[in-house]
Design a protein around this ligand. Structure first.
Ligand code: ZN
Length: 151
């Protein structure tokens, strides 16, 4: 089995049996994302407790790449600190730019082939953009938020 076949299998396996799919009523971060070019939609739910991502779930529909990426991402970030989740975001963006897969990406390395198809990169990064937005918003909710005149 070639690496491409293996990667395809990992993606299709996550697409047909997505992990962490569904609502998260106890969550405190909810972000919607859409990739209109492909018709992908994702709603990401996080339960962030202090600086730890206790739970991550997603709802949505779209192509196999968008849904498999969301499935793998929610697996990868569960139990991680916010800082670790942000390192994963950076590592995944690096992968999409052509970097060698970082060890911490695990199964997510299966999405490396997507970068050969620029229009599909947005499918793969949809849930990651939502994650970054969610973490940013959560940080903004904290008591440490400095008052700004822009508010
Ligand atoms: Zn897509």
């Amino acid at each position: 089995m070639s690496l491409d076949d293996l990667y395809r299998e990992v993606i299709l396996e996550h697409y047909s049996k997505p992990r962490h799919k569904g609502a998260l009523p106890e969550g405190n971060v909810h972000v919607e994302g859409a990739n209109p070019v492909c018709g992908d939609e994702i709603t990401l739910h996080l339960l962030v407790d202090g600086d730890v991502v206790r739970a991550a779930r997603f709802e949505g529909h779209g192509c196999s790449i968008s849904q498999a990426s969301a499935s793998m991402m929610t697996v990868a970030i569960t139990g991680k600190t916010v800082a670790e989740a942000e390192r994963l975001i950076a590592a995944f963006k690096g992968l999409m730019r052509g970097d060698e897969p970082a060890d911490e990406l695990g199964d997510l390395a299966a999405l490396a082939g997507v970068r050969k198809f620029p229009v599909r990169v947005k499918c793969a990064t949809l849930s990651w953009v939502a994650l970054q937005q969610g973490l940013d918003e959560h940080r903004g909710d904290g008591p440490a938020r400095p008052a700004t005149s822009e508010d």
